[in-house]
Ligand binder design. Structure first.
Ligand SMILES: *[C@@H]1O[C@H](CO)[C@@H](O)[C@H](O)[C@H]1NC(C)=O
Ligand SMILES: *[C@@H]1O[C@H](CO)[C@@H](O)[C@H](O)[C@H]1NC(C)=O
Ligand SMILES: *[C@@H]1O[C@H](CO)[C@@H](O)[C@H](O)[C@H]1NC(C)=O
Ligand SMILES: *[C@@H]1O[C@H](CO)[C@@H](O)[C@H](O)[C@H]1NC(C)=O
Ligand SMILES: *[C@@H]1O[C@H](CO)[C@@H](O)[C@H](O)[C@H]1NC(C)=O
Ligand SMILES: *[C@@H]1O[C@H](CO)[C@@H](O)[C@H](O)[C@H]1NC(C)=O
Ligand SMILES: *[C@@H]1O[C@H](CO)[C@@H](O)[C@H](O)[C@H]1NC(C)=O
Ligand SMILES: *[C@@H]1O[C@H](CO)[C@@H](O)[C@H](O)[C@H]1NC(C)=O
Length: 658
């Protein structure tokens, strides 16, 4: 299907054009900012360097990826003319099939030109060239097929990165050899450039040719402010080269910003009655069986046409007229024509420029770019989840395969992450299992930023500090495992409440400072464990209700009564309670006690606000309640008005047997 081809720039009065040119030059300088030029495999120790030819600064890739191994290319493949960035590669032999670079440009903007380069150079001494995939963000980009050891491969895409996300380039092992990479570049583009690249489609470069130059030099930065590579191309048997020393300018609504050096040369047919023809083959692949193509033809009249002459031609693609009228390029102004829709369905495509009957001069063509269209319709993980999990990854230095998008594509979702893929909303994180992952430090508040979290397993790590109360705001959380860490302090009342109403399963055993005295939990530790006796003293600071709270915990034994552990009373400013939990094993039932302190609020949560009174004694009322793990407890409130003293009360508590 051949789309309509608008002329992107219309003729405008001279004065306006000169002014526009001034504006464009200012913009052109700003475009140089924000380049990222990475020499993959360059050791961190080797500081970056400035490339001789372009004066661009290259840096090591160490700051952009934390997987892979550095290699040097085999010496026999290194030639003096070869740029330094080719000498080293990073190779990905690890267990993770997908390895991603994260490129965060300093320049704000959404549209980027991303270029990746590859030269095998037998870096691994195995002499086996690989085939692997590249992804950009969450979308398949291209398949890199290395044909031999000394042929450089370069791929380029122009794409929009949605939202405030970094650009990510992933190498994907498809089982046909070890992915590696030599260089990676990111060039921010103004959004007005390449208008065909939008949020739903990117442009994968097939060719970018500078026609009419006898020079074999590739034009790039600094001649091209966006560092595109314009490769010279000629057909000496068909094309005649024409050139001008005069600068070719841009209209101010120019969408392609082609360097004047490229526009100053053009081709025209040797046989003036023949068309200019430019062909390319479709390159279908397994991943993109019917690629669509777009092309951009860059025209400028380079000659002053004598009176009575005219240059006018039709633009056809595979014989289909692409512009309704004959086209006449403007003198010394870039005058591009580009497809607005992809064409597909052919094995080969031929652009032909045929002079109209009125034309006295043959057609011209200065430069041409061919792209295949890349659907970028993959939806990345919800932004707030990405930032939360990225924060978590950073804080705990999680490696695993935690690169690229957390949930997308599904087959590369991060290990330990559960994701939901609802149709109506972006993928989101619903579960996180970092059990036995060597986590140290305190619990990140970012766990609570994963709003859709249904389970969180942080068991068997070395987490310290207290449990963030904000976790109780995770309304979907039904399973929280904090077992076997070094957490301290008390369990937030919000979580206790959630346990009590049955909406949350909370596991927190084996956190010695959380439920105190872990040793006493061991059945073999008999010295301290004589009988079950639990008591708590809770001084409450309150104006209206001045009560001393005492909590009696009844350890519920699932089997028979076991041995009991006894702990000393803690009289502290805050509420304290001795907890009992059952840890039977091998049929041998045992009771253990962990000392733990509670706040009044927590006791309130246990008893659901002192709702179920189950008795009344000399010291005050007794309430029924449940601990977070479901253990039934009795909470005794000691009324200040009680005429019995604290010592008697404690004695009563101590004598309570299960
Ligand atoms: C780059 O330029 C410096 C100084 O002119 C020179 O010493 C060096 O050999 C050059 N490197 C390459 C790779 O051309
Ligand atoms: C690559 O070569 C340099 C010297 O040219 C050497 O210092 C470095 O250790 C080599 N790196 C590897 C990974 O072999
Ligand atoms: C890679 O290229 C070679 C030669 O061009 C071709 O035979 C092979 O099928 C390609 N492999 C893939 C996976 O595209
Ligand atoms: C030029 O092309 C026309 C049309 O294809 C052909 O008839 C003519 O012979 C060609 N002239 C030369 C000199 O090749
Ligand atoms: C992107 O451009 C294509 C045509 O070139 C169009 O079909 C599509 O709707 C555009 N997407 C957006 C989000 O504008
Ligand atoms: C060719 O010239 C005639 C007469 O000047 C004009 O009517 C016609 O529109 C022109 N054709 C094209 C394609 O411009
Ligand atoms: C977390 O992973 C461990 C093993 O890696 C497994 O034993 C545990 O059941 C998992 N937790 C959840 C909540 O799935
Ligand atoms: C964890 O520790 C950091 C730094 O020590 C501190 O800023 C942060 O508030 C702590 N977070 C929690 C939840 O305690």
């Amino acid at each position: 299907m051949v789309g309509p081809w608008p002329r992107s720039a219309m003729a405008a009065p001279w004065l306006l054009l000169v002014l526009a040119g001034v504006v464009l030059r200012v913009h052109g300088q700003a475009d140089n900012l924000g380049f990222i030029s990475i020499d993959c495999g360059l050791p961190v120790s080797a500081s970056g360097y400035v490339d001789n030819a372009t004066k661009l600064s290259f840096v090591s890739d160490a700051g952009f990826i934390d997987a892979g191994t550095n290699y040097n290319m085999s010496a026999e493949y290194i030639t003096p003319s070869m740029g330094r960035s080719w000498h080293t590669v990073r190779s990905f032999t690890g267990a993770s099939a997908r390895n991603c670079y994260t490129l965060r440009s300093l320049a704000s903007g959404l549209k980027y030109l991303i270029r990746a380069t590859f030269m095998y150079g037998n870096y691994d001494g195995v002499n086996r060239v690989p085939v692997f995939d590249l992804h950009v963000g969450v979308n398949y980009w291209t398949t890199v097929n290395i044909s031999d050891a000394d042929t450089p491969v370069m791929v380029e895409v122009i794409t929009l990165i949605a939202g405030d996300r970094p650009a990510q380039v992933c190498l994907v092992n498809t089982g046909s050899g070890t992915p590696f990479i030599s260089g990676l570049s990111l060039r921010p583009l103004k959004d007005s450039l390449y208008p065909m690249a939008n949020t739903t489609q990117g442009l994968v470069l097939l060719s970018r040719s500078n026609l009419g130059t006898s020079d074999s030099k590739v034009i790039r930065f600094p001649d091209d402010p966006h560092d595109r590579f314009w490769f010279p191309e000629s057909k000496p048997t068909e094309w005649l080269e024409i050139a001008t020393p005069l600068k070719v300018q841009h209209y101010d609504n120019d969408n392609f910003d082609v360097p004047s050096a490229v526009m100053q040369t053009a081709v025209t047919p040797i046989n003036a009655s023949k068309p200019i023809e430019y062909s390319w083959d479709a390159e279908p692949s397994a991943k993109n069986p019917a690629p669509g193509y777009m092309c951009i033809l860059h025209f400028s009249e380079l000659q002053v046409l004598p009176a009575g002459t005219a240059r006018q031609f039709y633009i056809n693609i595979n014989g289909i007229l692409a512009l309704d009228n004959g086209f006449t390029p403007d003198y010394l102004y870039s005058d591009p024509v580009h497809s607005t829709r992809a064409f597909d369905g052919f094995h080969q495509y031929t652009v032909s420029l045929n002079a109209t009957p009125n034309s006295t001069l043959p057609p011209v063509l200065n430069a041409i770019e061919i792209f295949s269209v890349l659907p970028t319709t993959g939806v990345p993980t919800a932004a707030q989840d990405v930032s939360a999990i990225t924060e978590i990854r950073g804080k705990y230095q999680v490696k695993k395969n935690w690169m690229g998008d957390p949930c997308v594509p599904k087959s590369f979702a991060w290990n330990g992450l559960g994701c939901s893929y609802a149709v109506s909303s972006p993928p989101s994180v619903t579960g996180l299992n970092l059990s036995s992952s060597g986590l140290t430090g305190n619990m990140s508040a970012s766990f609570a930023s994963l709003k859709g979290l249904q389970y969180l397993d942080l068991s068997r790590n070395s987490l310290t500090g207290s449990i963030p109360g904000i976790l109780s705001q995770l309304s979907s959380l039904t399973f929280l495992d904090l077992t076997a860490n070094q957490l301290s302090g008390s369990i937030p009342s919000g979580l206790l409440k959630r346990m009590q109403d049955g909406s949350l399963t909370l596991r927190f055993g084996n956190n010695p400072d959380l439920c105190s005295n872990g040793e006493s939990c061991q059945p073999q530790n008999k010295k301290k464990t004589s009988k079950v006796a639990l008591y708590v003293v809770v001084p409450i600071v309150a104006v209206l209700v001045i009560v001393l709270l005492l909590v009696l915990l009844i350890c519920i034994l699932k089997k028979k009564k076991g041995r009991a552990a006894r702990n000393s009373v803690r009289l502290q400013n805050e509420a304290s309670i001795a907890l009992s939990r059952t840890r039977g094993s091998n049929g041998q039932s045992s009771v253990c006690l962990d000392n733990r302190r509670f706040t009044y609020a927590e006791l309130e949560a246990f008893t659901d606000g002192f709702r179920r009174e189950i008795g009344r004694g000399g010291f005050g009322k007794v309430y029924d309640g449940f601990l977070e793990d479901g253990t039934q407890v009795a909470v005794k409130l000691r009324s200040e008005s009680s005429d019995q003293g604290v010592q008697e009360f404690l004695a009563e508590v101590r004598s309570s047997q299960l």
